[in-house]
Design a protein around this ligand. Structure first.
Ligand code: TXA
Ligand code: MG
Length: 318
C-alpha cells in the first residue's frame, strides 16, 4: 500500500500542506497535523469523529521549541522532562496564544510531549511547527500500536502513514499537571507512577471516572472493543460458562479450551511485555469470532496499573 511507508520527506510535505499523517510513537500511533494550522487540526477531529471538547496533545522534539508555546515551564515540569523525555510522559502547562484554542478545547493549559521514536523524532526535528496528535483511532476505540491498525480504521482520512513498526510501550502516555500545589496525574499510562514518585516523591492521582472529565481519556467508556468485555476470575468463569465462544486476556497463564481464544500477554510475567501486547490482543479478539472477551485483573503496580485502567474503561460491569 503506497499510503504506508518510511518516507519522512513525504510525511513532512503533507504536514506542511495541511494534511494528516499517521505517526509512530513509543506509546501508540498518533494522527498528526500541524498544530498551528486550524484547518488541519479540524481534519483530525473529523477523521476521528472526536468531540471538540476533547483537547489534543502537541508533540515536538525539544524543550526549546516547547517554550515557544507555553508561558511557563516550572521547576516540577523541568525535573520530570529532564528525567523522562523523550518518553511516555505528557505535561499540562499554561499555553501561549501561539497555540490555537481549538487544540486545547478552549482550556488555558496545553498538553505537550516529546515522544521517543527515531522516525518521528527525525520528522519533528525537520518541522518548524509542533504536531497535534491524538491516538490514531476512531474516538472511544482501542488505540493503534501498528501501522496496519491505523490503515484499517482511518484509511480514507489519512494522507500517509509512517510505519515505525510495533509501538514499544504499547499504552498511551502518562498525563501530568499541577493542581492544589501538587504534582497531579490525570491519566495513568506508559510511565509508571512508581517511577515518577521515585523522582519527585508522593503525587496526587486524579484519574477517577467522571461524566465531565478534565481529560476525556478519563471517560468511563473509552479504549473499548466493540464486543462486550468483562473483568473476571478467568478460571472460575470458564468453569461455569461454556455456552459461548470466549476471548481470554491473561497475564502469564495460558488457558486452553475448544471454545476459547487465549491471549497470554506475557508468559514470563513481565508487565512491560504485557502492556506492549495489550491493544493488539484486544483488537485481534475483537476481529475474531469470539462473542465475549473476558480479562483477568493484572497486578496493581507499575504498568499493571495502566493495563487495569484500560481494561476497566473497556469493560462492562457484570
Ligand atoms: O501516548 C499518547 O499520549 C498518544 C501519542 C500519540 O502521543 N496520544 C494520545 O492522545 O493518547 P489522545 O488524544 O488519544 O489522548 C490525549 C488525552 C485526552 O484524554 C485529552 O483529553 C487529554 O489528553 N488532554 C489533551 N490536552 C489536554 C489539556 N489541555 N488539558 C487536559 N487534558 C488534555
Ligand atoms: Mg486516544
Amino acid at each position: 500500500m503506497s499510503k504506508i511507508g518510511i518516507d519522512i520527506e513525504k510525511a513532512k510535505q503533507i504536514l506542511q500542506e495541511g494534511g494528516l499523517v499517521g505517526i509512530p510513537t513509543e506509546t501508540v500511533y498518533g494522527l498528526a497535523a500541524n498544530a498551528l494550522d486550524k484547518d488541519a487540526v479540524l481534519k483530525i477531529f473529523e477523521a476521528k469523529n472526536r468531540p471538540h471538547f476533547d483537547p489534543l496533545i502537541i508533540h515536538t522534539d525539544s524543550i526549546e521549541k516547547i517554550k515557544q508555546y507555553v508561558s511557563d515551564f516550572p521547576q516540577w515540569a523541568k525535573q520530570l522532562a529532564n528525567a523522562f523525555w523523550p518518553g511516555p510522559l505528557t505535561l499540562l502547562l499554561p499555553k501561549k496564544n501561539t497555540i490555537p484554542d481549538l487544540v486545547t478545547s478552549g482550556l488555558s493549559q496545553v498538553a505537550v510531549r516529546i515522544p521517543n521514536h527515531t522516525l518521528t523524532l527525525q520528522l519533528l526535528k525537520s518541522l518548524d511547527f509542533p504536531l497535534a496528535a491524538p491516538s490514531a483511532n476512531p474516538f472511544g476505540y482501542i488505540s493503534p500500536t501498528k501501522a496496519t491498525h491505523v490503515a484499517a480504521q482511518l484509511q480514507g482520512c489519512v494522507d500517509y502513514i509512517l510505519d515505525g513498526g510495533s509501538c514499544e510501550v504499547g499504552i498511551e502516555s502518562t498525563i501530568v499537571g499541577f493542581e492544589d500545589e501538587k504534582i497531579t496525574i490525570y491519566r495513568i499510562g506508559g510511565l509508571a507512577l512508581e517511577d515518577i514518585e521515585k523522582l519527585v516523591g508522593k503525587v496526587q492521582v486524579k484519574i477517577n471516572q467522571s461524566s465531565n472529565p478534565l481529560a476525556p481519556g478519563m471517560l468511563k467508556s473509552h479504549y473499548a472493543p466493540k464486543k462486550p468485555l468483562f473483568i473476571v476470575d478467568v478460571a472460575a468463569f470458564l468453569k461455569e460458562n461454556n455456552s459461548k465462544k470466549f476471548g481470554v486476556i491473561s497475564f502469564s497463564k495460558i488457558y486452553k479450551g475448544e471454545k476459547i481464544i487465549s491471549k497470554t500477554l506475557s508468559p514470563s510475567s513481565n508487565l512491560k511485555e504485557a502492556a506492549h501486547n495489550l491493544f493488539a490482543a484486544l483488537r485481534d479478539l475483537d476481529e475474531s469470532d469470539v462473542e465475549v472477551i473476558i480479562a483477568e485483573k493484572f497486578p496493581d503496580s507499575f504498568l499493571g496499573r495502566a493495563i487495569n485502567d484500560r481494561l476497566e474503561r473497556a469493560s462492562v460491569s457484570l
